[in-house]
Structure formats: C-alpha cells, structure tokens
Design a binder for this molecule. Structure first.
Ligand code: SF4
Length: 114
C-alpha cells in the first residue's frame, strides 16, 4: 500500500481538524499549569468565541465527548462535557470542580486496561 494511502487511513477520523478555526491557537484551548479560575474564565470565553465561528463544531464536540478529551473542544469546557455525561478522567484535586448532574454522580469512565 502506498504511503499516502496508509496515512489517509490513519488520519481519516480527524480529517475535520483541517477546517478547525482554532488552528494555531492552542493556548486558548488548554489550561497552563496553575491557571487561576479567573484566568480560566477569560481564556475559555475567548475559546468559545472561536468555536462559534467554526464549521466543524459538531464533529469536534462529538470527538471530545467520545474520547473524554481534556481542554476546551467543540464549544465545551471539561465541566460542560461532564455535565452532558462525558466526564474526563481527572487527576486528584480537580474532581470536586466537576458537576454531578441532576443530583446523580457522573459515572467514572471504565478502564480500558484489561
Ligand atoms: S469547534 Fe472549537 S475546538 Fe473544535 S475545531 Fe472548532 S474551533 Fe477548534
């Protein structure tokens, strides 16, 4: 199989990223170490504004939800994905910030390790 064919098979699921409005704006979409809540609110508002202009928002949101991504994806923060039932695997100390949703705990992701 030609190298081009192999790479298209490998990267096809993320082909939508070629149209991402956030290309080159990584700093808006992932928190720096030790980010304060106020700074996070500003950063995520800026990221949300970029997402509103993005033609692949739906694909992006689905990807992030299905893959329990960290950061701001598809117009959603990690907290918003968790509230929608797609909780991120969080390091100790961050869990308390996450919504539990309608009085019911959000179930942790099942381990992929056999
Ligand atoms: S929806 Fe937002 S995070 Fe997703 S590709 Fe578009 S701009 Fe980037």
């Amino acid at each position: 199989m030609a190298a081009e064919s192999v790479s298209s098979l490998i990267f096809t699921p993320l082909k939508w990223t070629e149209q991402a409005a956030c290309r080159g704006q990584h700093r808006l979409f992932f928190a720096p170490p030790g980010e304060r809540p106020e700074a996070r609110a500003v950063r995520e508002a800026q990221a949300r504004a970029v997402c509103r202009t993005c033609v692949v928002l739906g694909d992006c949101r689905s990807w992030a939800r299905e893959n329990r991504e960290y950061g701001f994806w598809g117009g959603e923060s990690e907290e918003e994905r968790a509230a929608a039932g797609f909780r991120v695997d969080m390091p100790v100390g961050r869990v308390a910030r996450y919504p539990r949703g309608n009085g019911q705990p959000v179930q942790p992701r099942e381990s992929r390790i056999a």
